[in-house]
Ligand binder design. Structure first.
Ligand SMILES: Nc1ncnc2c1ncn2[C@@H]1O[C@H](COP(=O)(O)OP(=O)(O)OP(=O)(O)O)[C@@H](O)[C@H]1O
Ligand SMILES: [Mg+2]
Length: 226
């Protein structure tokens, strides 16, 4: 889908979180990097209407998330860095199945779909376990399953590996960057993960300061912040 920002600014009580950003992106794996407070999460949240522009407009696949939140949420799944904010139901299977409420599917179909996605991420053995008892990495995988089961066209992941160890970071990285057919916007401080994207967008001071080949963008980021 085409992601289009036209002169987008976001102001929070005097803080300019995003300053006159215009960009068009349609790559499959779009990485977003930059220092703390540079505007990355604000950019990510505009994609599904969690944040609305103070001025300017955002279109994702022709949908304006600020005006049509329902359509935006149907096409875009958002993965937070802390899976605890995303896990709602008592057990793993129930949590994934909960995403399909109102889908019109029968209970048996919901069950089968939910188990299939757990199996794809190799956590089907946890189906009946209490969601709160999972490890951080398992919770993050569960949160990803609960998003993917609805088959969003676009996945937005805001630091999905922030809480994870090396092994789980790599599992999530593989799941998001290699195995997924969907388009993804991946906000990350993990430059190894960022290097696996098709394109990197670099933020500094509420603006996009660079867009390009991951190796080039990472080199300038390292050089400027040495
Ligand atoms: N809800 C809010 N209320 C007030 N200020 C906010 C809010 N959200 C973001 N900001 C401010 O906007 C700026 C950009 O924040 P944003 O969360 O987009 O940064 P970020 O690049 O994601 O940073 P990090 O790497 O730390 O996650 C910061 O100065 C932040 O304090
Ligand atoms: Mg952030």
């Amino acid at each position: 889908m085409l992601i289009e920002f036209d002169r987008v600014s976001v102001a929070f009580e005097g803080t300019i979180a995003l300053d006159d950003v215009s960009v068009k992106l349609d790559q499959k794996r779009i990485g977003v990097i930059g220092l703390n407070g540079s505007g990355k999460s604000t950019f990510a949240r505009l994609l599904n209407g969690l944040v609305k522009p103070t001025s300017g407009s955002v279109f994702v696949g022709g949908v304006n998330p600020a005006e049509d939140a329902k359509a935006a949420r149907a096409q875009t799944g958002f993965i937070f860095s802390n899976p605890d904010v995303q896990i709602i139901m008592p057990t793993v299977l129930e949590d994934v199945a909960f995403s399909l409420r109102g889908s019109g599917l029968k209970k048996a179909e919901i069950d089968a779909k939910s188990r299939a996605i757990l199996s794809r991420f190799e956590i089907e053995h946890l189906a009946d376990q209490a969601a709160h008892s999972l490890s951080s990495g398992q919770k993050q995988l569960l949160a990803i399953c609960a998003i993917l089961v609805t088959e969003p066209k676009l996945i937005v992941a805001d630091e999905p590996t922030a809480l994870l160890d090396l092994v789980n970071s790599r599992r999530i990285a593989r799941a998001l960057l290699s195995d997924l057919p969907q388009q993804i916007v991946l906000v990350t401080h993990d430059l190894e993960l960022a290097a696996g994207c098709d394109i990197l967008v670099r933020f500094a001071g509420a603006k996009i300061v660079q867009i390009g080949e991951p190796s080039t963008v990472i080199s300038s980021y390292l050089a400027e912040n040495a």
